[in-house]
Write a protein that binds this ligand. Structure first.
Ligand SMILES: C[S@@+](CC[C@H](N)C(=O)[O-])C[C@H]1O[C@@H](n2cnc3c(N)ncnc32)[C@H](O)[C@@H]1O
Length: 461
């Protein structure tokens, strides 16, 4: 007969229960990880905004079979690693950790993902490339308009963490340049003076939705895009007088959900694009084109990709998920030919224009879904020697990995913004005979948990 009292699982905390927990580590995505209960019957709890070494008081917000989530109420005993916050706005959740600690954790998380999730071994982990600038490094920021609950005044800032409704007003965003901040304040002042209201998703009434500010860090050019509800009329002359942008755009959106993508974009003043320079090349950026948000670190990232690609000048290179062609064009002078594939047609039009503007004649770009168009590309272009992939956070589907392997490149350069999807993709490649050689993390986003890395895999003998 067994003794039930010795083995019974103690009842788990309920939603809303307050707990005092010691934070042991950080999970991917940045939440603190604590254990409630003993080793045998324990339950993992993720606490946002808590750091390893903190003892915190928190309230359970989610209760699942294998884990729970909790909201931080109070840091009872702070971690010895804590430093005072600099930014008084959301968007910099890791600012309470010294920068050296941030990059140490990011590098460890990349390695951990590959070893534990991908069961990979035998690769060389190269030291993380730290960021050039720890603050004011972003070339693009998207802000939301809202209404101050107490004063009823129009405000502009970020969503409060975890809220789709509450906006935290921002005076000085420490991730944005002083000039970008000045542009946001100028637009807000103009909007208040003209008595525009913020769009309210509950009532679906109101004019102003988002403000997207983009800067060419190397050219000094400024693009301001105001995102409004469909049919809202904007007095372009007074707005341009208030904010002297090189490119002033208006996007009208008719969906209920918050998005700055899609809709109808028109030019209010200046040029439709601004310029930016990376790796000695010039790029034109339209309002909705994808472009890495940290110019200085994009150059480092592409530099790492170019080094590990090991090009000698004759190779056929595929740049899959190529956006506006930045990686492929930066490799063109070291390759025989470059073929880019990307799903967004406008981005491909930009890539073709960028090749022309930089006098690059050995790069060709096509619009298409990698999943469907890769076989066709192989038929048209011939088998690649090197394939560069730079997919969104979801990584590659198993089918896309199979398509890449079918093309049988000698080398795959995998630029990843999510080590937890890189790991299973790399594992599938290794199962099919490729060898994971090196992995190098690059910190593009200081003060946040995000990490980019470049992995290189080579076809086995
Ligand atoms: C992380 S971005 C990389 C862009 C570019 N390499 C750069 O560094 O600027 C990923 C790109 O993949 C594109 N994309 C997403 N799904 C795709 C698909 N199924 N086929 C082709 N491109 C896709 C997106 O439009 C986006 O431009």
């Amino acid at each position: 007969m067994t003794d039930d009292t010795a083995t019974a699982r103690p009842p788990r905390p309920q939603r809303g229960d307050e707990l005092e927990l010691h934070i042991e580590s950080l999970a991917f995505g940045g939440a603190g990880v604590a254990r409630w209960g003993d080793e045998e019957h324990g339950w993992v709890v993720f606490v946002r905004d808590a750091l390893p070494g903190d003892t915190v008081r928190c309230a359970v917000t989610k209760r699942k079979r294998h884990y729970g989530e909790a909201r931080l109420l109070e840091v009872v005993t702070p971690s010895p690693d804590r430093v005072p916050a600099k930014a008084d706005h959301p968007g910099a959740p890791w600012q309470v950790m010294p920068y050296e600690k941030q990059i140490e954790i990011k590098a460890a998380q990349v390695e951990d993902a590959l070893r534990r999730l991908g069961h990979l071994d035998g690769f060389e982990m190269l030291p993380i490339v730290p960021a050039v600038e720890q603050w004011r490094y972003r070339n693009k920021l998207e802000f939301s308009f809202g209404t101050d609950r107490e004063t009823g005044e129009l405000i502009c800032g970020f969503h409060a963490p975890g809220s789709w409704e509450d906006i935290v007003h921002v005076e000085d965003c420490l991730l944005q340049s002083e000039r970008g901040n000045a542009a946001r304040r100028a637009v807000l002042e103009w909007a208040r003076a003209h008595r525009y209201s913020a769009y309210d998703r509950r009532t679906q009434i109101g004019a102003l939705r988002n403000l997207v500010i983009r800067e060419g860090r190397r050219t000094g050019q400024l693009q301001v895009r105001l995102v409004v509800s469909d049919g809202v009329e904007i007095e372009a002359g007074s707005l341009h007088a208030a904010v002297a942008a090189d490119s002033l755009l208006l996007t009208e959106i008719d969906t209920v959900g918050e998005t700055t993508a899609g809709g109808t974009t028109s030019l209010l003043a200046g040029e439709p694009t601004i310029g930016e320079e990376v790796c000695g090349l010039s790029f034109r950026l339209s309002g909705q084109a994808f472009f890495q948000t940290n110019t200085e670190m994009a150059e480092k990232l592409y530099g790492v990709a170019a080094d590990v690609a090991g090009l000698q000048g004759w190779e056929r290179v595929y740049d899959l998920f190529c956006g506006i062609g930045t990686i492929g064009l930066s490799l063109a002078s070291r390759s025989g030919e470059v073929w880019g594939l990307e799903i967004v047609e406008d981005a491909i039009a930009d890539a073709i224009g960028n090749a022309k503007a930089n006098d690059i004649s050995n790069a060709r770009f096509f619009a298409g879904d990698v999943r469907l168009a890769l076989r066709e590309l192989v038929e048209k272009a011939g088998r690649p020697d090197v394939v560069v992939v730079d997919p969104p956070r979801a990584g590659l589907s198993q089918k896309v990995v199979r398509r890449v392997l079918e093309a049988s490149p000698k080398r795959i350069v995998y630029v990843s913004c999510n080590p937890t999807t890189l790991a299973p993709n790399a594992a599938q490649m290794v199962e099919e005979g490729y060898v994971l050689k090196t992995v190098q993390p690059v910190d593009m986003f200081p003060q946040t948990p995000h990490i980019e890395c470049v992995a290189v895999l080579e076809r086995g003998a």
